[in-house]
Design a protein around this ligand. Structure first.
Ligand code: C2E
Ligand code: MG
Ligand code: MG
Length: 871
């Protein structure tokens, strides 16, 4: 507000100062020039006066000469007629005698006139020298006009004073050069004698006589010439100021004086000065008006700012009560008009508190000063977005080394060119949300990320890889043998093992790889930013290695291994689903190919999988459409050579592929669970067959039915069997059940119960393929098995190695000791028969006796030649 008038006064002062100074300068210049000119004019006037007086003196000298020459006879009228006097109207020439009586005069005078009382006469009379005398303006005795008299002595022949010759001129004559020297109406001209008395003077056209005088007093003129300003009030009767120049004449005691009217000289100057001052006054007024307008504007701005401040203060106070921080910030633009920073214009104490400062400390601070470099970028980006969109909301995280990160809810609204920002501390609720989110993404058991997290994370990671053009690998890890531990030792042990396995996996992979538990005993390792497939292979090696050592659980030591399938982005797929499926397929191929290994996905696995799926569908179809056929292989008692039993062996009568061996589809049925249905069908068929044989009236030997491990563990075989036997009216003693040792690895009590149920029905139990599993005879005896079927691998070894025979001997001896009968499987030649007989083996079965036989009307009769051998 004060700046405006201050600047205006400064501008006005400078303007007026320079204007007046310039005028003063101009004025003094004019004055100097005028003084110089006055001196010059006086000098010129003096020269002219000298010449005029000289001309007058010439006339005097000439007249005197003629007078003396004519010895007083000269008549001036004649001289005039002869043209002696150049300007007869101006000149009045006369000669007197020594008493002052006019003797002759031109123009002539009538009567006697004496001039003896006149200074021009008595001055000459009393003077001893021959000099020119110049009088003051006097009144002419003859004409009564104002005149100036010039006189010289006239001498007698004796050289005595004999009178005076005189020329009178009007004062105009001496001031005639007034016009020549360009003096205007108020110019001044005068002739002064050295006694400081005026001879004549003139102002404009007015020539003064003795009565009226233009000068109030006569100045003294030092030196021979010069100039001076005489003030009108002091010196001139007309009161006008004049520049006076004076010059002494060389040979007469006279001073020529000229005067230039000051006012005339300054007229032009005064006019332009008045004009300039008028303009300056106008300028000053405009400046004043501008200043007032500026002050008005400033006042209005100040008022508005005051209003805004009041509003802000009110808002601050209002928000201070709550827990919201409130800020106003202004963008700072760089040279390219892009926002480079923000300045904090205002905030409340709550807001300042968020930054652990006082409000006054934050005012005027820059965003870049408030935040560390990396966080500044983060914050700036959001503020710029708010400027662009008008409104922006977000949760932001502020972390500092000193304390735990804080979360704030930010709402920014643009108003003109400033941002109003409200900020609320949401750290607590955010922590709650984050915890919930983490729970949703975390596997509760292992604390590893879960499938939900994986499904959200992998697409992002894949997009990242796509952008960077890097590879990514998924390791699909399935624990081998976990299910067995879980089933046999219990779920607590299983959980403990999974927790440990998760830890081992995390330690085995590289720090930036992710380990995910996607369910059960399945884990996934995500390997990002991979240069080469070898990287994935290396991680897979380490994972395999991580399971080398057994797990020390609270219920004992347990070993598991890992089967790992690897799929690689982008070779094996570009989306989550495909990559996961392919890793799974690769893992599956490891499982079927012997486990405890890793494999990269190969399209061929996929084909194999497909084939398997097809086969499964076909088998399902076969079960539904009665494509299974039972073959029966005889078992013979060594002591008598009689048929003791028959083993039911299933075949698949495929409509196009012919008869398919059970090893080609039983494992698949086991894996897929179709074995349950298959088992039921087998029981049903065997019972039907037995019923058929029984109806024929002949003596029927028992039939043994193979029950697979899964079938035994997952169905109530006893119940199914009981229903079938009852329906077909078959005594339980005609049926035997063959179980492999692997069936008995489950929960000991459950196994025992199932076995008891079967035995209680009166059904005999056999251990099939003995020697390939745990081979724990004592366990078998405890479980009350009736028959031990020794695997054909041992039968084959019998006549090959000594150890084979030793082994067989031991089995037979111990089995007998424990009350079990021994059957040798896969007997193919006579030698084996002989050895087995020698070892006291109870029964034999094998191609040497008979291959499995298709269903027939009767149970087979064995060929005669076997009998002696066996017996
Ligand atoms: P297994 O129970 O040990 O059956 C004996 C297998 O040995 C039969 O093969 C039989 O043909 C074969 N074999 C018998 N004597 C000889 C011999 O002298 N030399 C040789 N090399 N082999 C001989 P098959 O019929 O192919 O059955 C294979 C396996 O399939 C069976 O082994 C059994 O574990 C399973 N199986 C067969 N039928 C069924 C069934 O109905 N249910 C279940 N769960 N499994 C069955
Ligand atoms: Mg068998
Ligand atoms: Mg067998």
């Amino acid at each position: 507000l004060l700046t405006w008038p201050l600047i205006a006064i400064l501008v006005a002062t400078v303007g007026w100062g320079s204007l007046l100074q310039g005028m003063e300068h101009q004025k003094s210049e004019i004055e100097e020039t005028a003084l110089r000119e006055a001196a010059t004019l006086a000098h010129a006037y003096a020269g002219q006066l000298e010449r005029t007086i000289e001309a007058v003196d010439q006339i005097l000298l000439h007249v005197r000469y003629e007078w003396e020459l004519t010895k007083g006879k000269l008549r001036l009228e004649d001289s005039a007629q002869r043209g002696l006097f150049p300007q007869p109207t101006i000149f009045n020439v006369g000669i007197t005698d020594f008493q002052g009586n006019i003797i002759t005069n031109e123009p002539p005078i009538s009567g006697a006139v004496s001039v003896s009382d006149r200074p021009f006469f008595y001055q000459q009379k009393n003077s001893h020298e021959d000099t020119l005398y110049v009088s003051r303006t006097t009144k002419s005795k003859s004409t009564g006009q104002s005149v100036i008299n010039f006189s010289r002595k006239v001498f007698s022949t004796q050289k005595q004073f004999d009178g005076v010759v005189r020329v009178s001129v009007t004062p105009e004559y001496l001031t005639a050069s007034y016009n020549d020297i360009a003096l205007n109406d108020n110019g001044f001209m005068a002739i002064l004698d050295t006694d400081r008395s005026l001879l004549t003077s003139r102002i404009g056209d007015k020539i003064f006589d003795m009565q009226n005088y233009p000068l109030i007093k006569i100045p003294g003129f030092p030196k021979n010439g010069g100039s001076i300003l005489l003030s009108g009030s002091e010196w001139f009767t007309d009161g006008r100021n004049r520049y006076i120049g004076w010059q002494k004449l060389d040979n007469l005691p006279l001073i020529a004086i000229t005067g230039m009217d000051r006012e005339s000289i300054f007229t032009q100057f005064d006019r332009s000065r008045d004009k300039a001052i008028a303009q300056a006054i106008i300028n000053t007024m405009v400046l004043a008006a501008f200043t007032l307008a500026g002050m008005g504007l400033s006042l209005r701005l100040a008022w508005r700012k005051h209003q805004v401040n009041l509003t802000q203060a009110a808002y601050r106070i209002a928000t201070e009560a709550g827990n919201e921080g409130f800020f106003i910030c202004r963008p700072i633009y760089d040279r390219n008009h892009a926002i480079a920073d923000f300045e904090l214009l205002d905030c409340n104490e709550n807001g300042a508190g968020f930054y652990r400062r006082q409000r006054h400390q934050l005012m005027g601070m820059r965003l870049s000063e408030l935040y560390a470099a990396d966080q500044f970028e983060y914050a700036l980006k959001r503020l710029i977005l708010a400027m662009e969109r008008g409104v922006f909301e977000d949760d932001i995280k502020i972390s500092s080394a000193a304390q735990a990160p804080q979360w704030f809810y930010l709402k920014m609204i643009r108003s003109d060119d400033v941002l109003a920002v409200t900020m609320r501390d949401v750290t607590e609720s955010k922590a709650h949300v984050l915890a919930l989110e983490r729970k949703g993404n975390e596997d509760a058991l292992t604390k590893l990320p879960n499938r939900h997290w994986f499904n959200a994370y992998l697409p992002e990671s894949l997009a990242h890889s796509a952008k960077r053009k890097t590879m990514l690998a998924l390791l699909f890890i399935d624990l081998d043998g976990f299910k067995k531990i879980n089933d046999t030792v219990g779920h607590d042990a299983g959980d403990e093992l999974l927790r440990n396995a998760g830890r081992r996996l995390t330690q085995a992979v590289r720090p930036h790889d992710h380990v995910v538990r996607i369910g059960g005993d399945e884990f996934i390792v995500i390997i990002e930013v991979m240069e080469h497939k070898l990287d994935a292979a290396q991680v897979a090696h380490r994972v395999l290695h991580a399971f080398d050592k057994s797990f020390n659980l609270s219920k004992g030591k347990f070993s598991v291994s890992a089967s790992i399938g690897i799929s690689v982005y982008p070779d094996d797929g570009i989306d989550t689903e495909t990559l996961l499926k392919h890793a799974d397929i690769a893992m599956y191929s490891v499982k079927t190919g012997g486990k405890k290994n890793f494999r990269f996905f190969d399209q061929r696995f996929y084909e194999a999988m497909r084939a398997r799926h097809n086969k499964e569908a076909e088998l399902r179809h076969a079960l539904e459409h009665d494509q299974l056929v039972m073959y029966y292989q005889p078992r013979v008692e060594m002591a008598t050579g009689r048929l003791s039993s028959m083993e039911a062996l299933v075949r698949w009568a495929h409509p196009s592929k012919g008869l398919i061996e059970p090893l080609d589809f039983i494992p698949l049925a086991e894996e897929t669970g179709l074995i349950m249905r298959l088992g039921e069908i087998v029981i049903e068929k065997v019972c039907t067959q037995l019923a058929y044989w029984m109806r024929s009236g002949q003596e029927v030997v028992p039939v043994s039915i193979n029950v697979s491990a899964r079938q035994f563990n997952e169905t109530r075989v006893a119940d199914i069997l009981a229903v079938a036997l009852k329906r077909h009216g078959i005594p339980p003693t005609l049926v035997e059940i063959e179980l492999t040792e692997s069936s008995m690895t489950g929960n000991a009590e459950e196994v025992r119960e199932s076995l008891d149920a079967i035995q209680k029905m009166g059904v005999n139990l056999s251990v099939d393929d003995f020697g390939t599993g745990y081979s724990s005879l004592s366990q078998l005896q405890r479980l009350d098995f009736d028959v031990l079927k020794v695997d054909r691998a041992f039968t084959a070894d019998l006549d090959k190695t000594k150890e084979g025979e030793v082994f067989f001997t031991a089995i037979i001896t111990m089995a007998h000791a424990l009350g079990m009968r021994v059957v040798a499987e896969g007997v193919e030649n006579q030698g084996q028969i002989r050895k087995l007989k020698a070892l006291n083996c109870d029964e034999v079965q094998g191609f040497y006796i008979s291959e499995p036989l298709p269903p027939a009307e009767r149970q087979p009769k064995l060929s005669k030649e076997l009998s002696p051998l066996l017996a």
